[in-house]
Design a protein. Sequence first.
Length: 273
Amino acid sequence: MLAEALLFAATRLTSPRSRTSAVRDAVGLWARAGRCRAAWAEHEARTRAAIDRVIDGVAVRRTAVVLGSGLLRDVPIDRLSSMFNKVVLVDIVHLPTVRLKTFLRRYPNVSFMTRDISGYDRLVEQSRIKLATGQDDLGVRLDPLGFLRKIDELDLVISANVLSQIAVGAVSRLHSKDGQARVMPDNAVAQLVAGHLDGLAQLPCKTVIVTDVSYVRRRRDGVVVENRDLLHGIIPPPPFDAWDWPVAPFGEEEVDEERIHKVIAAEDVAVDL
């Protein structure tokens, strides 16, 4: 707990504009990843392997962007840095431990971009305008990844285990004390999930997404006590690989229950939304 408190304080100092909840979530992920290192090892390796496969198919390697770079444990950062001229790590919070890791390993071509890629605030703004004007269609689409089109010589975009977190974060914000549930549409979370996939599909470069799409909560006797769709009804692109990720092994959340997520990897994201 002391290590988490110190990391939280250090992150707040280095990320003064980030939401407190986002910093807390990032530190919580760091702590859980440490506790579940063995259980998560296969998932992290499969994620890196999926990204490696797509890197091999990129002919021109100038700039690569990683969306949801997180702890970099599931990102082949060594290979990205050695094979691309520039690598941009995008996340809502970059922990000081991650910044230190890139500094110590001397990645001169790796940079950080702090950004909320969920599109949540933009959807709130559009929803308020619709309510004020009575118009159902404003003639604009949600474009949370539009900033990527301003990055020069972009050849690869990686969405790394972030899509379901966009949904989880949106649900949390909608139901927070100062949430905007009253102005947001009923399918707000689904719109944000679709907006991320649509944003990837609109990019004129190679894309790859690794994301968990659902989970089951299961007792030791094998009985499933909960089954949840993490993409809120949005159909993901067809995968080239899929696997199980024990996000919460027995004892992490409940003594006699585990939570297992289904993960997919897909490239050249192009989906009918």
